[in-house]
Design a protein around this ligand. Structure first.
Ligand SMILES: *Cc1c(COP(=O)(O)O)cnc(C)c1O
Length: 227
């Protein structure tokens, strides 16, 4: 990690008024601490056990964002401390998060992950099911079954492609779904549109992103020793 890379990225995000989430999956606590000492507080992790281990070792004022696919039976492990769950991709997961939030006496902000990319393997609600999802959420609210989960916005990923126009269209679609969420859930703090990674964050910012999730451009290439 180079200090000047961090500072130039930070400058860019300040200019654009977007938040910078440092994606620290597979990185060591000391690498995270290096960025922390430069002032970074928001970090994103993809794996529950890795996050739990790091959280224990690192300063308590770090805001941990869970950005990976989350299994319902693991919510309880991160519910006591997680700042935001960005990869909310089923009603079942929302309800489990509600349960664990109550158990921990807190409310947990979440982003609805929408699948707009062409890749089959990516998680998230299909865009076509999004209106139904918002209706279901409103319904659960009315019934008092979702009082401890805050819908803070939308998260998504564009396709891995060199086709800039395709990426742009996918980001535009996420922005539309974000605006729809804001309109339909006026009681929630719908303020975060989390989109844009190392390879496409500039396009994401142009399309209205409010938070970019950057790993490689900050820390260098990851060594995938795990899934
Ligand atoms: C790994 C990851 C990122 C960061 O990707 P880079 O290309 O390394 O910047 C962002 N978002 C999610 C959901 C990720 O899993």
């Amino acid at each position: 990690m180079s200090t000047s890379t961090y500072h130039s990225l930070l400058e860019e995000t300040k200019q654009a008024q977007v938040q910078l989430l440092a994606v620290s999956k597979t990185k060591t606590p000391s690498q995270i601490l290096e960025l922390y000492e430069l002032g970074q507080r928001d970090f994103g992790e993809n794996y529950v056990q890795e996050l739990v281990d790091k959280q224990k070792q690192l300063p308590p004022d770090i805001r941990w964002h869970f950005i990976g696919h989350l299994q319902s039976n693991k919510v309880k492990l991160i519910a006591p401390f997680v700042f935001m769950i960005q990869a909310m991709d089923s009603i079942k997961l929302l309800l489990e998060t509600e349960k664990q939030a109550v158990r921990n006496g807190r409310t947990i902000p979440c982003l609805l992950q929408v699948h707009v990319a062409q890749e089959e393997s990516k998680f998230g609600f299909p865009a076509a099911q999004f209106p139904q999802l918002l209706n279901d959420i409103i319904d659960l609210r009315v019934k008092g079954r979702l009082d401890h989960v805050l819908i803070a916005g939308v998260m998504g990923m564009a396709s891995l492609t060199d086709d800039q126009e395709k990426i742009r269209r996918e980001f535009d679609q996420l922005k539309q779904l974000f605006d729809q969420t804001k309109a339909l859930l006026p009681g929630d703090p719908v303020q975060t549109l989390s989109m844009g990674m190392s390879s496409d964050y500039r396009l994401a910012i142009q399309a209205g992103s409010t938070m970019i999730r950057i790993g490689t451009a900050l820390f260098g290439e990851r060594n995938y020793t795990r899934g």
